[in-house]
Design a protein around this ligand. Structure first.
Ligand SMILES: [Zn+2]
Length: 122
């Protein structure tokens, strides 16, 4: 077993390997393989996707593979960022739900409901 792992280690040296895009490709191809039991065309697509992903895993052109992967990671990062655009909190005086843009540092806030003033770190 150790010998086999050693062989895989050597074989994979300098190759790209699995990334988030690869996991998505494998998941989609598994789904296509299942659909392919009813529609043969999807079975072909599943085989094509698996073939493509094996090519990506074994590829030595790492910048090209990272560029492909960035399509997926950018998609996730964008949703992450929009969620973190604002800091949500409650007014310590009246409990009114408030939000302020994130990343402003120390900020003086006047509650629009009860006019209480306080300082908030973002
Ligand atoms: Zn208030």
């Amino acid at each position: 077993m150790g010998k086999l792992l050693n062989f895989i280690d050597k074989f994979m040296y300098g190759r790209y390997g699995l990334d988030p895009l690869g996991i998505v490709i494998i998941a989609v191809s598994l789904l296509f393989a299942i659909i392919g039991r009813a529609f043969f065309l999807f079975y072909i697509l599943a085989l094509a996707l698996i073939g493509y992903e094996i090519y990506r895993i074994l590829s030595r052109n790492i910048p090209a593979r990272e560029k492909e992967n960035s399509i997926i990671t950018n998609m996730f990062n964008r949703t992450e960022r929009s969620r973190d655009d604002y800091v949500h909190f409650s007014c310590p005086n009246c409990g009114q739900h408030l939000r302020i843009p994130a990343g402003l540092g120390q900020k003086r806030i006047t509650c629009p409901k009860c006019n209480a003033r306080f300082v908030k770190r973002t």
